[in-house]
Ligand binder design. Structure first.
Ligand code: PLP
Length: 375
């Protein structure tokens, strides 16, 4: 099997799998307990926080552990609208993840006004549009650092500057860029940023929320005093430990890993573009994640293509895994190039370990299936 759906999720780092049974057997106490058997787990949580905040170059106390990026997004949005009842306007782009879009659509039903900044045909944002969409009654701007379907990068530092100038809080969905792309959280000026463990070889159900010092935040989940009163509930100690350790492993030699992923992706794309007439890359080819390739195959419907690829041992997708059950084509490709292109485009997302040989093999399978289907 060749797995090219790493933007949906990644395999758990093998060191974590090896060490997990012992960890679970040994460290199952409650970190909030007064006796050492439980409280020693606090040390594990704090060591893990240190590892992750060091990797992210953010202050130690600015990272709150959550169940994943979706929770962080929901928490920030709920907090923003509760701050000032006269500010009922939110700005975002039309290619955000469903965790953002569906949270905002719910607010729209409640009478909030949402402005969706449109992307260009190559998935890029026009900063003038971002600036012009911010108003006096805007309580939040939500923009992702990297698109999960195309890998296209948004100019988060510039967006942050514009939001600061206009006095609007900025939530950056950094789920896909963590470790795959340089993203300086502090330099971006964002007030909030969200991360997810399972995108970089950690387990599912764990993530992080960065809260800039001084940015007003009201917790979504109330409970005990965990996470310095910013997220109640007994901590997912295993998830926290596993995510931090996986991130540490992935971060080793990260520049070389990114270059290798880029080489594998480029080899793959070159073979596809020369082997299938009319195939085209969706999204800006330069401002893009090193691991992501979204390709338009004119004349081939996604659903049949994906089934045949699966039968031939290659796993890819036609968009976000969260929307697989939806009959609608990808909202991202639709926003960039229209519905027909969205119905005929696939996402291939490499891991930081995919090598060129595997990429060549994958391209052969894709071309064989594509050419079979186009007759
Ligand atoms: N944001 C983006 C850009 C994503 O790609 C994902 C996951 O696919 C999410 C948010 C949601 O992450 P989680 O699964 O941690 O809730």
């Amino acid at each position: 099997m060749i797995y090219l759906d790493n933007n949906a999720t990644t395999s758990i780092a093998s060191k974590i799998i090896d060490e997990a049974p012992l960890f679970m057997k040994e460290y199952w106490g409650n970190p909030s307990s007064s006796y050492r058997f439980g409280s020693r787990l606090k040390g594990i949580i704090e060591d893990s926080r240190e590892t992750l905040t060091d990797l992210l170059c953010i202050p130690y106390e600015s990272l709150v552990f959550t169940s994943g990026a979706s929770e962080g997004i929901s928490a920030v949005i709920a907090s923003a609208v509760s701050k000032d009842k006269n500010k009922r306007h939110i700005v975002t782009s039309n290619v955000e993840h469903s965790a953002v879009l569906n949270s905002l659509k719910m607010l729209e039903n409640d009478g909030y006004e949402i402005s969706f900044v449109k992307v260009t045909e190559d998935g890029s944002l026009d900063l003038n549009d971002v600036e012009n969409s911010l108003r006096k009654d805007t309580c939040l701007a939500c923009f992702m650092s990297a698109n999960n379907e195309t890998g296209v990068l948004f100019p988060v530092n510039e967006i942050g500057r514009i939001c600061q100038k206009k006095g609007v809080s900025f939530l950056c969905d950094a789920t896909q860029s963590f470790l795959k792309q340089d993203f300086d959280v502090l330099k971006s000026g964002c007030d909030f940023a969200v991360f997810s463990g399972h995108k970089t070889h950690g387990p599912k159900g764990i993530g992080g929320l960065f809260i800039k010092k001084g940015s007003p935040f009201r917790p979504l989940i109330c409970g005990g005093h965990q996470e310095h009163n910013r997220r109640g509930g007994t901590e997912n100690v295993f998830g926290i430990w596993a995510w931090a350790n996986a991130a540490k492993i992935v971060s080793q030699g990260i520049m070389e890993k990114r270059k290798a992923a880029c080489r594998a992706r480029d080899t793959f794309e070159k073979r596809i573009l020369t082997g299938y007439q009319g195939a085209a890359i969706n999204g800006n080819k330069i401002q893009r994640l090193c691991n992501t390739s979204n390709i338009y195959f004119p004349g081939i419907e996604n659903s049949a293509f994906l089934i045949l690829l699966d039968q031939n041992g290659l796993l890819a997708s036609s968009g976000s895994a969260c929307l697989t059950d939806s009959p609608e084509p990808s909202h991202v490709i639709k926003a960039m190039k229209g519905a027909e292109a969205a119905n005929q485009s696939l996402r291939f997302s490499f891991s930081l370990q995919t090598n060129e040989k595997e990429a060549e093999e994958a391209a052969c399978i894709v071309l064989r299936v594509a050419n079979e289907l186009s007759f």
